[in-house]
Design a binder for this molecule. Structure first.
Ligand SMILES: C[S@@+](CC[C@H](N)C(=O)[O-])C[C@H]1O[C@@H](n2cnc3c(N)ncnc32)[C@H](O)[C@@H]1O
Length: 221
Protein backbone atom coordinates (compact mmCIF):
# COMPACT_ATOMS: atom_id res chain seq x y z
CA UNK A 1 0.00 0.00 0.00
CA UNK A 2 2.78 2.46 0.90
CA UNK A 3 4.53 1.62 -2.38
CA UNK A 4 1.37 2.89 -4.15
CA UNK A 5 1.01 6.16 -2.27
CA UNK A 6 4.74 6.98 -1.92
CA UNK A 7 4.76 9.85 -4.46
CA UNK A 8 1.88 11.67 -2.75
CA UNK A 9 2.75 10.64 0.79
CA UNK A 10 4.70 13.72 1.95
CA UNK A 11 2.16 16.15 0.51
CA UNK A 12 -0.88 14.38 1.99
CA UNK A 13 0.83 13.88 5.32
CA UNK A 14 1.45 17.61 5.81
CA UNK A 15 -1.89 18.53 4.22
CA UNK A 16 -4.06 16.37 6.48
CA UNK A 17 -2.18 17.28 9.63
CA UNK A 18 -2.15 21.02 8.71
CA UNK A 19 1.66 20.77 8.96
CA UNK A 20 1.51 19.82 12.64
CA UNK A 21 3.29 16.52 11.91
CA UNK A 22 6.55 18.52 11.72
CA UNK A 23 6.00 19.79 15.26
CA UNK A 24 5.28 16.25 16.47
CA UNK A 25 8.54 14.90 14.97
CA UNK A 26 10.37 17.82 16.60
CA UNK A 27 8.92 16.75 19.93
CA UNK A 28 10.41 13.26 19.51
CA UNK A 29 13.82 14.80 18.89
CA UNK A 30 13.47 17.03 21.96
CA UNK A 31 12.62 14.05 24.16
CA UNK A 32 15.73 12.18 22.95
CA UNK A 33 18.09 15.13 23.34
CA UNK A 34 19.34 14.36 26.91
CA UNK A 35 20.30 10.85 25.71
CA UNK A 36 22.85 12.28 23.22
CA UNK A 37 22.57 9.20 20.95
CA UNK A 38 25.57 8.38 18.76
CA UNK A 39 23.66 5.96 16.57
CA UNK A 40 19.94 5.98 15.83
CA UNK A 41 17.69 3.50 14.08
CA UNK A 42 14.51 4.96 12.59
CA UNK A 43 12.08 2.15 11.81
CA UNK A 44 9.24 2.54 9.27
CA UNK A 45 11.26 5.56 8.19
CA UNK A 46 9.16 5.98 5.02
CA UNK A 47 10.40 9.04 3.15
CA UNK A 48 12.80 9.82 6.00
CA UNK A 49 11.25 12.92 7.61
CA UNK A 50 12.02 11.85 11.18
CA UNK A 51 15.49 10.53 10.27
CA UNK A 52 16.30 13.91 8.69
CA UNK A 53 15.02 15.79 11.75
CA UNK A 54 17.20 13.58 14.00
CA UNK A 55 20.35 15.10 12.50
CA UNK A 56 19.68 17.88 15.07
CA UNK A 57 20.78 15.38 17.73
CA UNK A 58 24.30 15.33 16.21
CA UNK A 59 24.61 11.55 15.99
CA UNK A 60 27.40 9.88 14.01
CA UNK A 61 24.92 7.78 12.09
CA UNK A 62 21.22 7.36 11.49
CA UNK A 63 19.87 4.29 9.74
CA UNK A 64 16.32 4.25 8.39
CA UNK A 65 14.60 0.96 7.61
CA UNK A 66 11.28 0.35 5.87
CA UNK A 67 9.57 -2.46 3.97
CA UNK A 68 8.50 -0.14 1.13
CA UNK A 69 11.17 0.35 -1.53
CA UNK A 70 9.28 3.26 -3.12
CA UNK A 71 9.06 5.19 0.16
CA UNK A 72 12.79 4.63 0.74
CA UNK A 73 13.68 5.84 -2.76
CA UNK A 74 12.00 9.19 -2.06
CA UNK A 75 13.80 9.33 1.29
CA UNK A 76 17.14 8.71 -0.44
CA UNK A 77 16.49 11.59 -2.86
CA UNK A 78 15.66 13.93 0.02
CA UNK A 79 18.79 12.91 1.95
CA UNK A 80 21.00 13.42 -1.11
CA UNK A 81 19.42 16.83 -1.81
CA UNK A 82 20.05 17.85 1.80
CA UNK A 83 23.65 16.50 1.58
CA UNK A 84 23.08 14.29 4.59
CA UNK A 85 24.13 10.99 3.00
CA UNK A 86 27.28 10.93 5.14
CA UNK A 87 25.05 10.55 8.24
CA UNK A 88 21.80 8.95 7.04
CA UNK A 89 21.54 5.65 5.22
CA UNK A 90 18.54 3.48 4.37
CA UNK A 91 17.92 -0.25 4.17
CA UNK A 92 14.84 -2.18 3.09
CA UNK A 93 13.91 -4.32 6.08
CA UNK A 94 11.03 -5.47 8.26
CA UNK A 95 10.59 -4.37 11.88
CA UNK A 96 9.99 -8.00 12.83
CA UNK A 97 13.46 -9.01 11.58
CA UNK A 98 15.81 -6.12 12.12
CA UNK A 99 19.08 -6.81 10.27
CA UNK A 100 21.42 -5.54 13.01
CA UNK A 101 23.28 -7.11 15.93
CA UNK A 102 22.06 -6.78 19.47
CA UNK A 103 23.15 -3.71 21.45
CA UNK A 104 23.83 -1.59 18.34
CA UNK A 105 21.81 1.64 18.80
CA UNK A 106 21.44 4.22 21.60
CA UNK A 107 18.04 5.24 20.28
CA UNK A 108 15.31 3.69 18.15
CA UNK A 109 12.43 5.75 16.80
CA UNK A 110 9.22 4.89 14.96
CA UNK A 111 6.88 7.59 13.63
CA UNK A 112 3.41 6.53 12.47
CA UNK A 113 4.71 3.03 11.87
CA UNK A 114 3.82 0.74 14.80
CA UNK A 115 0.14 0.90 13.85
CA UNK A 116 1.04 -0.92 10.63
CA UNK A 117 3.28 -3.62 12.09
CA UNK A 118 1.88 -7.06 11.40
CA UNK A 119 3.58 -8.53 14.46
CA UNK A 120 3.78 -5.83 17.13
CA UNK A 121 5.18 -8.12 19.86
CA UNK A 122 7.95 -9.47 17.65
CA UNK A 123 8.81 -5.98 16.38
CA UNK A 124 9.04 -4.55 19.91
CA UNK A 125 11.28 -7.39 21.07
CA UNK A 126 13.46 -6.89 17.98
CA UNK A 127 13.76 -3.19 18.86
CA UNK A 128 14.66 -4.13 22.43
CA UNK A 129 17.34 -6.52 21.12
CA UNK A 130 19.12 -3.96 18.89
CA UNK A 131 19.05 -1.21 21.55
CA UNK A 132 22.03 -0.76 23.86
CA UNK A 133 21.46 -0.92 27.62
CA UNK A 134 19.95 2.39 28.80
CA UNK A 135 19.04 3.11 25.19
CA UNK A 136 15.61 4.57 24.47
CA UNK A 137 12.72 3.79 22.18
CA UNK A 138 10.49 6.74 21.16
CA UNK A 139 7.31 5.92 19.26
CA UNK A 140 5.18 8.64 17.68
CA UNK A 141 1.70 7.46 16.80
CA UNK A 142 -1.84 8.73 16.36
CA UNK A 143 -4.08 8.35 19.38
CA UNK A 144 -7.68 9.31 20.04
CA UNK A 145 -8.55 12.61 21.75
CA UNK A 146 -10.74 11.91 24.76
CA UNK A 147 -12.36 15.28 25.50
CA UNK A 148 -15.46 16.98 24.06
CA UNK A 149 -15.68 18.64 21.49
CA UNK A 150 -12.34 17.65 19.99
CA UNK A 151 -13.12 13.94 20.17
CA UNK A 152 -16.34 14.36 18.16
CA UNK A 153 -14.78 16.70 15.60
CA UNK A 154 -11.79 14.42 15.15
CA UNK A 155 -13.98 11.35 14.54
CA UNK A 156 -15.76 13.13 11.67
CA UNK A 157 -12.45 14.36 10.26
CA UNK A 158 -10.91 10.90 10.46
CA UNK A 159 -13.83 8.79 9.27
CA UNK A 160 -15.35 11.03 6.61
CA UNK A 161 -13.11 13.85 5.46
CA UNK A 162 -9.71 12.13 5.25
CA UNK A 163 -10.90 9.01 3.33
CA UNK A 164 -12.78 11.18 0.82
CA UNK A 165 -10.00 13.68 0.23
CA UNK A 166 -7.34 10.93 0.23
CA UNK A 167 -9.28 9.05 -2.44
CA UNK A 168 -9.54 12.13 -4.65
CA UNK A 169 -5.93 13.23 -4.28
CA UNK A 170 -4.00 9.95 -4.07
CA UNK A 171 -6.38 7.93 -6.29
CA UNK A 172 -5.85 5.01 -3.92
CA UNK A 173 -9.33 4.12 -2.71
CA UNK A 174 -8.24 1.98 0.21
CA UNK A 175 -5.18 3.80 1.57
CA UNK A 176 -6.86 6.62 3.46
CA UNK A 177 -9.83 4.60 4.73
CA UNK A 178 -7.18 2.24 6.03
CA UNK A 179 -5.71 5.21 7.92
CA UNK A 180 -8.96 5.79 9.84
CA UNK A 181 -9.58 2.11 10.52
CA UNK A 182 -6.02 1.46 11.68
CA UNK A 183 -6.02 4.50 14.01
CA UNK A 184 -9.29 3.30 15.56
CA UNK A 185 -8.00 -0.26 15.96
CA UNK A 186 -4.58 0.62 17.38
CA UNK A 187 -4.05 -0.18 21.09
CA UNK A 188 -3.15 3.36 22.17
CA UNK A 189 -2.40 4.82 25.61
CA UNK A 190 -1.88 2.41 28.53
CA UNK A 191 -2.45 -0.56 26.23
CA UNK A 192 0.54 0.36 24.10
CA UNK A 193 2.68 1.00 27.19
CA UNK A 194 1.77 -2.55 28.29
CA UNK A 195 3.06 -3.90 24.96
CA UNK A 196 6.33 -2.05 25.56
CA UNK A 197 6.65 -3.40 29.10
CA UNK A 198 5.98 -6.93 27.85
CA UNK A 199 8.93 -6.55 25.44
CA UNK A 200 11.16 -5.61 28.40
CA UNK A 201 11.07 -1.80 28.40
CA UNK A 202 11.22 0.07 31.71
CA UNK A 203 10.52 3.72 32.68
CA UNK A 204 7.74 3.83 30.08
CA UNK A 205 5.59 6.92 29.67
CA UNK A 206 3.18 8.59 27.22
CA UNK A 207 3.19 12.28 26.20
CA UNK A 208 -0.03 13.42 24.56
CA UNK A 209 0.31 15.95 21.73
CA UNK A 210 -2.31 18.32 20.28
CA UNK A 211 -5.27 17.35 22.51
CA UNK A 212 -4.32 13.66 22.21
CA UNK A 213 -4.47 13.41 18.40
CA UNK A 214 -0.96 11.97 18.58
CA UNK A 215 1.21 10.62 21.39
CA UNK A 216 4.87 9.92 21.98
CA UNK A 217 5.55 6.71 23.89
CA UNK A 218 8.98 6.35 25.48
CA UNK A 219 10.70 3.37 27.09
CA UNK A 220 14.22 2.50 28.22
CA UNK A 221 16.15 -0.78 27.85
C1 LIG B 1 2.68 6.23 7.77
S1 LIG B 1 4.24 5.80 7.13
C2 LIG B 1 5.33 6.68 8.22
C3 LIG B 1 6.59 7.13 7.57
C4 LIG B 1 7.50 8.04 8.38
N1 LIG B 1 7.98 7.43 9.58
C5 LIG B 1 6.81 9.36 8.70
O1 LIG B 1 6.81 9.77 9.86
O2 LIG B 1 6.31 10.00 7.78
C6 LIG B 1 4.38 4.15 7.68
C7 LIG B 1 5.56 3.38 7.10
O3 LIG B 1 5.67 2.13 7.79
C8 LIG B 1 6.22 1.20 6.88
N2 LIG B 1 6.03 -0.13 7.45
C9 LIG B 1 4.87 -0.78 7.66
N3 LIG B 1 5.09 -1.96 8.24
C10 LIG B 1 6.45 -2.07 8.40
C11 LIG B 1 7.29 -3.05 8.95
N4 LIG B 1 6.80 -4.20 9.44
N5 LIG B 1 8.62 -2.84 8.96
C12 LIG B 1 9.13 -1.69 8.46
N6 LIG B 1 8.38 -0.71 7.93
C13 LIG B 1 7.05 -0.89 7.91
C14 LIG B 1 5.47 1.50 5.60
O4 LIG B 1 6.10 0.96 4.47
C15 LIG B 1 5.45 3.03 5.63
O5 LIG B 1 6.52 3.58 4.92
Amino acid sequence: MFDNIATNYDFLNHFFSFGIDHLWRRKVVKILKPLKPVSILDIATGTGDLAIREVKLNPEKIVGIDISGNMLRIGEEKVLAAKLDNIISFKQADSAEIPFDENTFEAVTVAFGVRNFEDLDKSLSEIFRVLKKNGQLAVLEFSMPEKFPFKQFYKIYLNKIIPLAGKIISKDVSAYSYLSVSIGAFPSGEKFLDYMKKAGFIKTFQRRLTFGVASVYVGTK
